[in-house]
Design a protein around this ligand. Structure first.
Ligand SMILES: Nc1nc2c(c(=O)[nH]1)N[C@H]1C(S)=C(S)[C@@H](COP(=O)(O)O)O[C@H]1N2
Ligand SMILES: [Mo]
Length: 322
């Protein structure tokens, strides 16, 4: 059994008190923080930090892929992170993830499929056309961001493996290497980080395999060299720095479910009507909008993607299957 402190993964003081002073200082330092101001500007690509390789993507035609909310600044999206392999503070990943080696990198695709394989990251980059998609990301802690991701539908890779009829779920495993990831020496989660999706969720065109953001390759702290973005689920379902994708018959046991089963169910769909046992999920703070007078936004069913994904859960009790 994993012993953990009960206060993990919950709203921290920094999520409750205004962060504007902290952000202003950091943005001034970075010389960044220019979010698109109007829907028209949103149609343009947001710029990244300028230090990483460019990774452009064509605007996606997938239904629901381009939300019109104002973008989160690159400075915020790349410095306020959850990536426990590098520590539990929001600033830890940006401070420590430079030790992550993203080349060479292989992803093994295995389990219940006719064509398992090992893919080099550079082959994955060429597997399908790069798209830019503007997704909301809603963390279970009660904050959200709007990020222009670059990648393609996870289904593009999964289809190549030809999953068998036994492939009911897909399990994702992140790298867990103590020598590169200082947080892996702590027992904060049972490593490696594991997440899972039902096969139809994984095949949904909105489930995205992400290689970049803001027109550049992913910064390490955001899950380089590849991660998931599953926009209708709480952020923790979107595993970072993935090394293994496995088709399985039984529902995978995710790291968060293992750590606190009554708090993090397998589905973890964003749902304002189902409270986390320790806090309400009805509202959220949009990172960058949290000045003294900023109101919380109401959280939307399926994070605003109900029209696209609601039918995946038809007939299911979403209170039981939280
Ligand atoms: N491997 C791994 N993946 C992870 C996490 C993690 O700690 N380890 N944190 C998750 C959580 S809780 C969130 S909210 C998102 C955060 O992604 P971001 O930092 O790019 O915004 O990553 C998710 N993926
Ligand atoms: Mo999260």
């Amino acid at each position: 059994m994993l012993i953990r402190t009960p206060a993990l993964h919950e709203p921290r003081t920094s999520d409750i008190t205004p962060r504007s002073a902290y952000l202003n200082r950091r943005e001034a330092l970075a010389g960044l923080g220019l979010a698109a101001a109007s829907p028209l500007a949103l149609a343009q690509s947001a710029s990244g930090g300028g230090k990483l390789a460019k990774l452009p993507g064509a605007h996606s035609a997938v239904a629901g892929a381009m939300v019109m909310d104002k973008l989160t600044s690159y400075a915020d999206a790349s410095s306020y992170n959850n990536f426990y392999e590098f520590g539990t503070d929001k600033a830890d990943p940006a401070s420590h993830a430079h030790t992550l080696k993203t080349r060479p990198w292989t992803v093994s695709v295995e389990g219940e499929c006719a064509k398992p394989g090992r893919y080099d990251i550079d082959a994955l980059l060429k597997l399908s056309a790069m798209e830019e998609r503007i997704y909301r990301l809603r963390c279970v802690e009660g904050w959200s961001m709007v990020i222009p991701w670059v990648g393609y539908s996870l289904a593009e890779l999964l289809k190549k493996a030809e999953p068998t009829s036994k492939a009911k779920y897909v399990e994702f495993t992140s790298l867990a290497d103590k020598s590169q990831m200082p947080g892996v020496r702590s027992g904060v989660l049972d490593w490696p980080y594991i997440e899972g999706l039902r096969i139809d969720e994984a095949m949904h065109p909105l489930a995205m395999l992400v290689f970049g953001m803001y027109g550049e390759v992913l910064p390490n702290q955001n899950g380089a060299p590849l991660r998931l973005a599953v926009p209708w689920k709480y952020g923790f379902k979107s595993a970072k720095s993935i090394v293994r994708i496995r088709f399985v018959e039984k529902e995978p046991l995710s790291s968060w479910t293992k750590a606190a089963q009554q708090e993090y169910g397998f589905y973890s769909n964003v749902n304002p009507n189902v409270s986390h046992p320790r806090w309400s999920q009805a509202g959220e703070r949009r990172i960058g909008e949290d000045g003294l007078f900023a109101k919380k936004r109401p959280t939307l069913m399926f994070n605003g993607y109900e029209a696209q994904v609601g039918q995946l859960y038809a007939g299911m009790d979403l209170k039981k299957n939280y």
